[in-house]
Design a protein around this ligand. Structure first.
Ligand code: UD1
Ligand code: UDP
Length: 371
C-alpha cells in the first residue's frame, strides 16, 4: 500500500520551496502525494505553481481583500478539516512559517494525523519580528512529529527547545528550486523586465513584511530616495507585493522616481535569473536571504533580526535594519568600496547542495519503515 501524503501550502514562498519536494515524492512509487492549496495568496501562488507545472488537487480558495490573520487561520482550520476527513492521509506536510502552515498543522493535529514540518528550526528569537511568522514556526515545530531542518543551526535551535526526535538535517529545498531555474542566456518572461537596461548598476529591492508596514517601510523607501539622489546612474528594480498597503506607499514615495522601476511580482524563474544579474539585493524577505548568497550576490537585510544567520556569519548578508541612515551607509559602502563589495560577493551556500528534496524523501521512507 502506498503511503498517502498530503502537502499543504498557501503562499508564493511555500509553493516555490514545496514544488521540488512534490516532484521527488511523486517520483517515488512508495508514495501517493496529494497537493492542497489554501490560496492565502491567489495570483502570486498561481504564478509560482504554473512555473513548476503544479496543479492543486484541493483548492480552498481563501484569499479575500483585506484578509486578517484571524480570517486566514479560521478559514484554513475549517477548510482543512473537510479535506483531511475526505482524504485520510498518513502524513501532512507543511512548510515554513506562514499562517497557512501553522493552521494546517493544527488542523492535522485535531484529526490526529502526523505532521512533517519542512524548513523547521528557524528562529529569530523575537516573537514580534518577523510577525507573526516567528510564533507560527515555533507552534508548527511543536505540532510536528517530523522536522526537516535546513542547517545545523536549525537542528541546534530545535534541540534547545527539547525537540530531538524525528529531526533530519536536509538543507533547504529553495536551493533545489534555484538549480532548476537559473540558466545562462535566459530570456525574461516579464515584458516589464525586458524593457529595463540591466547593464546599468542595478539593485533589486523587495519589501513587504507586516512589521515593516508603515514607519519601517517609509524609512526604507526614504533610503532609496536618498540613494537615487546621490547616484544618478543607479537604478532600483522593485517587484511590488500586491498587498494594497505596500502598493500605495511604494507608489506614493517611489512612483515618481525615474531611477526606480516599480513592477508587478515576477514569476520565480524571472526572479532567480534577475538576482543572478543584479549588483546587489536589498530585502526584508526570508527566501531572498537564501537565494542571493547562493548566487554570489551581497544582500542588505531590511529588518532588525534574522532567522537565517548562516549567510551573515559567512559575510554575504549584512543586517541593515530599518533606519534610513544605516541603510544608506551600508549601500554606499557596497557602491563605493570595491574591496568591501568583493568581500561580500562570495557565492556561499549554507543552505544545502540542491538535494534537500531527495533527503526529505529518504527520511519519509525511514519514518514509514520502507527502507
Ligand atoms: C504572507 C506570509 C509571509 C510571507 C508572505 C509572502 C503569513 C502570516 N505571512 O504574508 O510570511 O513572507 O506571505 O508574500 O502567512 N495579496 C494579493 N494577491 C496575492 C497575494 C496577496 O492581493 O497574490 C494581498 C491580499 O490583499 C492580502 C494581502 O496581500 O490581503 C496580504 O497577504 P497575506 O497572505 O495576508 O500576508 P503577506 O504579507 O503576503
Ligand atoms: N519571489 C518571486 N517573485 C517576486 C518576489 C519574490 O518569485 O516578485 C520569490 C523569491 O525569489 C523567493 C520567494 O519568492 O523565492 C520569497 O517570497 P517572499 O519575499 O514573498 O516571502 P518570504 O521569503 O519572506 O517568506
Amino acid at each position: 500500500m502506498k503511503k498517502k501524503i498530503i502537502r499543504v501550502h498557501g503562499t508564493r514562498p511555500e509553493a516555490i520551496k514545496m514544488a521540488p519536494l512534490v516532484e521527488a515524492i511523486r517520483g517515488d512509487d512508495a508514495f501517493e502525494c496529494i497537493v492542497c492549496v489554501t490560496a492565502q495568496h491567489r495570483e502570486m501562488l498561481d504564478q509560482a505553481m504554473d512555473i513548476f507545472g503544479l496543479k492543486a488537487d484541493y483548492d480552498l480558495d481563501l484569499m479575500r481583500p483585506g484578509q486578517t490573520l484571524t480570517s486566514i487561520t479560521a478559514g484554513v482550520l475549517e477548510g482543512m478539516e473537510t479535506v483531511l476527513k475526505q482524504t485520510e492521509p498518513d502524513l501532512v506536510l507543511v512548510h515554513g512559517d506562514t499562517t497557512t502552515s501553522f493552521a494546517a498543522g493544527l488542523a492535522a493535529f485535531y484529526q490526529r494525523i502526523p505532521v512533517g514540518h519542512v524548513e523547521a528550526g528557524l528562529r529569530s528569537y523575537d516573537l514580534l519580528s518577523p510577525y507573526p511568522e516567528e510564533m507560527n514556526r515555533c507552534v508548527t515545530d511543536r505540532l510536528a512529529l517530523l522536522h526537516f531542518a535546513p542547517t545545523a543551526q536549525n537542528v541546534a535551535n530545535l534541540a534547545a527547545e527539547g525537540i530531538t526526535a524525528g529531526v533530519y538535517k536536509t538543507g533547504n529545498t529553495v536551493i533545489d528550486a534555484l538549480h532548476r531555474m537559473v540558466r545562462p542566456g535566459y530570456v525574461f518572461h516579464s515584458a516589464q523586465l525586458r524593457d529595463i537596461p540591466l547593464e546599468k548598476q542595478t539593485v533589486l529591492l523587495t519589501a513587504h513584511r507586516r512589521e515593516n508596514l508603515g514607519k519601517g517601510m517609509r524609512q526604507i523607501f526614504a533610503a532609496v530616495q536618498q540613494l537615487c539622489a546621490a547616484y544618478p546612474e543607479l537604478q532600483f528594480i522593485y517587484p511590488v507585493h500586491p498587498n494594497p498597503q505596500v502598493r500605495q506607499l511604494a507608489q506614493q514615495m517611489l512612483g515618481g522616481l525615474p531611477q526606480v522601476r516599480l513592477i508587478d511580482p515576477l514569476d520565480v524563474q524571472d526572479m532567480h535569473n534577475l538576482i543572478s544579474r543584479v549588483y546587489f539585493v536589498m530585502t526584508d524577505s526570508g527566501g531572498l536571504q537564501e537565494e542571493a548568497p547562493a548566487l554570489g550576490k551581497p544582500v542588505l537585510v531590511l529588518r532588525t533580526e534574522t532567522e537565517r544567520p548562516e549567510a551573515v556569519e559567512m559575510g554575504t548578508v549584512r543586517m541593515a535594519g530599518i533606519e534610513t541612515a544605516q541603510i544608506v551607509r551600508l549601500a554606499r559602502q557596497l557602491l563605493e568600496d570595491p574591496a568591501e563589495y568583493d568581500k561580500m560577493a562570495n557565492a556561499v551556500n549554507p543552505y544545502g547542495d540542491g538535494t534537500a528534496s531527495a533527503q526529505i524523501c529518504a527520511a519519509l521512507k525511514e519514518y514509514f519503515g520502507l527502507i
